[in-house]
Write a protein that binds this ligand. Structure first.
Ligand SMILES: *Cc1c(COP(=O)(O)O)cnc(C)c1O
Length: 372
């Protein structure tokens, strides 16, 4: 059996007919930039998340940067964020002239509110939790720190679409949240795409100006310096079709996560992500953007899986942001580093069948039976 880590052709095959219809209709309409499909998608996305406004942007990295600008983060400010995140979270901080300082993660691979508290100084301005792997962090703990010290929260919810903490959706906890529509993400389009969400009308208006050369939407007058970072109408048309089906995709991922958990829970050499709650009203509602495990003898396990046709991956190539020497970040984060050294991702996407998951699990179990 061959189980690749991700099947890019499946992005089209999964909903071939409605996808072709959405694409062709949008393409033939002659309406490409800041048009009806984008406006409709923004409304539908905001409604899905329980937010007031959504603003489509070119990609989530731009969204993060624009959100920081809207939150008033700039030169001289320190922003606290986890190191187990995409470099984009930190580069957005650098892009607005602020300094990223990294916080340890806990056993669920998300920002640890206790360590966060210890790193606050009088230069700290904002907290950027990453809602990694489709799980929302302990936002109660993080909000308590923010309130105690008067800090703003700007979530990196690029991987978190549809995940909830105490019933509230990822992306809705701070000034603004962000989603990535990179093809392999929970809600993937056919290229780059992203969106910011916010409840603040002024913030939404500023975001719409920033993404469109600083122009006011109504008057077309330039009212500030901006840039070009708009979500294409054609991508928005595809995303509308997929958003209408995203709950199905989430249910499938949760089903697969449950199956992994049942198959692998006895393997003492593994630390699995928390299983999906059965009731739906637990503290965390996870959507499993990724299935990231910690594994003893990880590199040997990966080699065994590769040999037996199972694709795996290390998130960010296995390095936290602070571990790229070229970025010159002089911080050591022993807990994060220990977790990253053991972490790997098993296949997790909507193309997988139950028997493929079972095969992956059989191979994992076979490895530990003979290796240790
Ligand atoms: C994918 C991702 C981003 C960046 O998204 P793009 O749309 O590719 O810019 C940022 N943060 C995290 C955690 C991501 O996974």
């Amino acid at each position: 059996m061959h189980v690749p880590f991700f099947r890019y052709p499946h992005v089209v095959e999964e909903h071939r007919e409605p996808l072709e219809k959405a694409l062709l209709t949008a393409a033939r309409s002659g309406a490409y930039i800041l048009q009806a499909d984008l406006r409709a998608f923004e409304e539908e996305l905001a409604a899905y998340c329980g937010a007031q406004f959504a603003v489509g942007v070119g990609n989530a990295t731009d969204g993060l940067e624009l959100n920081l600008r809207v939150a008033g983060v700039g030169p001289g400010d320190v922003v606290l964020l986890p190191s187990h995140t995409f470099v984009a979270t930190a580069s957005a901080v650098v892009a607005v002239g602020a300094k990223p300082v990294f916080v340890e993660i806990g056993p669920d691979h998300l920002m640890d509110p206790e360590d966060l508290e210890h790193r606050v100084t009088d230069r700290t301005r904002a907290i950027m939790p990453t809602q990694l792997n489709g799980r929302t962090a302990d936002m109660a703990g993080i909000q308590a720190v923010a309130e105690r010290h008067g800090l703003v929260i700007v979530e990196d919810s690029a991987q978190g679409l549809g995940s909830r903490f105490r019933g509230r959706m990822a992306g809705t906890f701070g000034v603004a949240g962000v989603f990535s529509f990179y093809p392999a993400k929970m809600l993937g389009c056919l290229g780059d795409g992203g969106a910011s969400i916010t409840d603040d009308e002024g913030a939404a208006q500023t975001l719409r100006e920033l993404r469109d050369h600083g122009r006011n939407e109504r008057t077309r007058e330039v009212v500030r310096w901006g840039r070009n970072s708009r979500l294409d109408n054609i991508q928005a048309a595809v995303l509308r079709m997929k958003l209408a089906r995203v709950d199905e995709a989430i249910a499938k991922r949760r089903h697969l996560a449950h199956r992994y958990h049942e198959n692998l829970r006895q393997v003492r050499q593994l630390l699995l992500p928390p299983p999906p709650d059965g009731t739906g009203d637990a503290v965390h509602h996870d959507v499993y953007q990724n299935y990231e495990v910690e594994a003893q003898d990880r590199d040997e396990l990966r080699a065994h899986l590769t040999k037996n046709g199972v694709g795996t991956a290390l998130q960010w190539g296995g390095k936290g942001v602070h571990q790229f020497p070229a970025l010159n970040i002089r911080q050591s984060l022993p807990r994060t580093e220990a977790i990253l050294a053991r972490s790997m991702m098993l296949p997790m996407n909507t193309s997988l069948t139950d028997s493929e998951v079972d095969y992956v699990c059989e191979q994992v179990i076979a490895f530990y039976d003979t290796w240790s």
